[in-house]
Design a protein around this ligand. Structure first.
Ligand code: UD1
Length: 322
């Protein structure tokens, strides 16, 4: 299978590329390098610099005998999406429409889409299964949900089969060190903890210690990007065998609190992390954990790299020599 990985020079994309190469797929990366970096490219994969907002560019890439796509390109900062929804509508929605229309024109009918736990909004019960009502509370999550709806219609009307993967909290780095690029200006917890550990920032601010959780800090389901990568490979193989379209959670079902992440990091790296408690961040649910049984049933997928220990040590390998 020849797969076009759109956004393949990014943080998750590069781990997906590695997983597909491992399963002997032919891979072409399509990326505008706005947040991705050439450091994340693999020599075995062809690279096309292009933008999904440019219809001709994405069409030309799809016309190179592509069997399927993985669509990861998009904006993903939740806070920014609330301040600048126009940017998120423009990039995440217009980009998706261009890709889907170009797929129809180029006769490509398999798509894996990077969706998010953010589609669910405030949980009504935990762990979240795929039938939990979807009611995003941030604009980023809304763009992911709308994309899933576009995919359903393009399946029904144009026969594009898709697997939408709702990631929980993506963390960690390739344990073999093949992904070299670090995310610039990270917004997520673990990279910020790492930056506090190496002194790149004074301290971590823990957003809220009065949540109704075991230690008062928010609980999340952290999933290693190597596990996310293998799910994409399995999803492509599933569609290649004629599988029906699916929406699947990718998580571990184990929740860790912010304080647990900090304490475990101190233990694994042997350094103190300076932190202080700060007010809650608007829009943060107290707890998010995934029920990921469906991904196991449909794809045979399980998280095998997502112990906190492995998540932290693989991330520390990237930061310790900065
Ligand atoms: C959010 C989205 C998720 C999305 C991800 C992409 C929601 C509910 N989740 O995850 O779908 O894929 O962003 O970026 O919209 N924290 C601190 N201090 C910090 C940073 C984070 O205490 O400086 C805490 C947060 O309050 C949260 C946890 O750490 O409880 C994880 O935060 P973060 O890494 O930003 O991810 P989410 O907001 O959970």
């Amino acid at each position: 299978m020849h797969i076009l990985v759109i956004g393949g020079a990014g943080y998750i994309g590069s781990h997906v590329v590695k997983a597909l190469l491992k399963r002997n797929m032919k891979v072409t990366v399509f990326d505008n390098l706005s947040t991705g970096t050439k450091l994340n490219l693999f020599p075995q994969a062809k690279f096309i610099e292009g933008d999904i907002l440019n219809y001709e560019q994405i069409l030309a890439a799809l016309k190179q005998n592509v069997d399927g796509i993985v669509l990861l390109a998009g904006k993903k900062a939740v806070g920014e999406s609330m301040l600048n929804p126009m940017k998120y509508a423009f990039n995440n929605i217009n980009g998706v429409i261009n890709v889907l229309n170009a797929m129809v024109e180029a006769n490509v009918n398999k798509a894996i889409f990077s969706s998010s736990a953010a589609v669910y909004g405030m949980p009504q019960y935990l762990p979240l299964d795929e039938n939990h009502p979807v009611n995003p509370i941030n604009f980023y999550g809304f763009t992911k949900l709308e994309t899933e709806r576009f995919l359903k219609w393009y399946d029904q009307l144009k026969g594009i089969k898709f697997v939408s993967l709702r990631y929980f909290n993506a963390v960690g780095y390739d344990e073999e060190g093949d992904v070299k690029g670090l995310e610039e200006n990270p917004q997520n917890l673990l990279p910020i903890v790492m930056e506090a550990a190496i002194g790149k920032r004074d301290k971590l601010k823990i957003f809220g210690n009065d949540y109704p959780t075991r230690d008062g800090t928010c609980i999340r389901d952290y999933i290693h990007v190597t596990d996310l990568g293998s799910a994409h490979a399995l999803a492509l193989e599933y569609l290649d065998k004629g599988g029906e379209s699916q929406i699947l959670n990718l998580g571990t079902s184990v929740g860790s609190s912010v304080l647990e992440m900090v304490n475990k990091t101190q233990e694994v790296i042997g350094k103190k992390i300076a932190y202080e408690f700060a007010p809650r961040r608007p829009g943060d649910p107290a707890e998010l954990t995934a029920k990921a049984d469906k991904a196991k049933e449909v794809l045979g997928w399980e998280a095998t790299h997502s112990s906190l220990e492995n998540i932290i040590s693989s991330t520390w390998n990237m930061y310790k020599n900065l």
